[in-house]
Write a protein that binds this ligand. Structure first.
Ligand code: CIR
Length: 259
């Protein structure tokens, strides 16, 4: 069974962290409705959605992706780069502990899950303002014994690595060339986002389906032309908080280890 951990949208979403996106007013009720539709889309793709309660005092807590890296064998609780987000992990830790042995990134390490793109046994980790070298080294130490490898990737002009690149298949990446170099990913086929759709590289892969924001039809067509099924969801209010589709869930196989 595939599980998707999500967290309901905080009423304080409007006070979110913003780095590369200009602050505009967020319609929280609309964000909540869009988030519910996102949860339904995940359920329709076969995920069992486990929805944590909103955290009223944590504006960015809907973006659960950033607080954990879930692998088949273990989960690594991160230490988010933004101080305001360091309390978000507690309830996710409690839930994930039912499914995986846990490790944790400790100070002075920082790591945001949005910076971690796993393809096979390689974890590409963005050298962003949120994830530092100590965080990457601790991640490598936590997972190296399981046969995984951390590969640092330079990025520019965006929040996280997965703002700039995500995997649409095991051998194919969707990439924004302004923010990350394709040469960081030798051996992969590359689909570039449409030049008019700057933020389109962040897709959530559920099996062979790409879940992506509905405001990027040209990039969606590029994916369809490559034989990839696309499910489009309207996440416009979450995008105002510098989020998109990967950041609102932690998706993993339940596996026999579940209790
Ligand atoms: C932040 O700046 O931390 C949030 N406003 C947005 C986080 C989005 N996370 C993600 O894409 N993984």
């Amino acid at each position: 069974m595939r599980i998707a951990i999500t967290r309901d949208v905080s009423p304080s979403l409007d006070d979110c962290e913003l780095t590369h996106v200009a602050r505009t007013s967020i319609d929280v009720a609309r964000a909540q409705a869009q988030h519910r539709a996102y949860q339904r889309a995940l359920a329709s793709l076969g995920c069992r959605v486990l929805a944590l309660e909103a955290e009223p005092s944590m504006p960015d807590a809907v973006f659960v992706e950033d607080v954990a890296i879930v692998l088949d064998e273990i989960a690594v609780m991160t230490r988010p780069g933004a101080e305001s987000r360091r309390g978000e992990g507690a309830s996710v830790t409690e839930l994930l502990a039912r499914y995986r042995p846990l490790r944790a990134i400790e100070a002075p390490g920082t790591l945001d899950g949005g910076d971690v793109l796993r393809v096979g046994r390689t974890l590409y980790v963005g050298q962003s303002g949120r994830s530092n070298a100590e965080g990457r080294e601790q991640l490598q130490a936590a997972i190296g014994g399981l046969g995984y490898r951390v590969q640092p990737v330079p990025i520019r002009g965006c929040l996280h690595l997965k703002s700039a690149v995500t995997a649409v298949r095991d051998d194919t990446l969707l990439l924004q060339p302004a923010w990350v170099d394709a040469s960081s990913f030798p051996g992969f086929a590359i689909i570039e986002v449409d030049p008019e759709e700057e933020h389109a590289a962040n897709i959530l892969r559920i099996g062979d389906v790409a879940v992506m924001p509905s405001c990027f039809p040209r990039t969606a067509q590029r994916l369809r032309d490559a034989g990839i099924e696309v499910v489009a969801v309207d996440v416009s209010e979450l995008q105002k908080a510098e989020g998109a589709t990967t950041c609102c869930s932690l998706v993993f196989e339940e596996q026999a280890a579940a209790r």
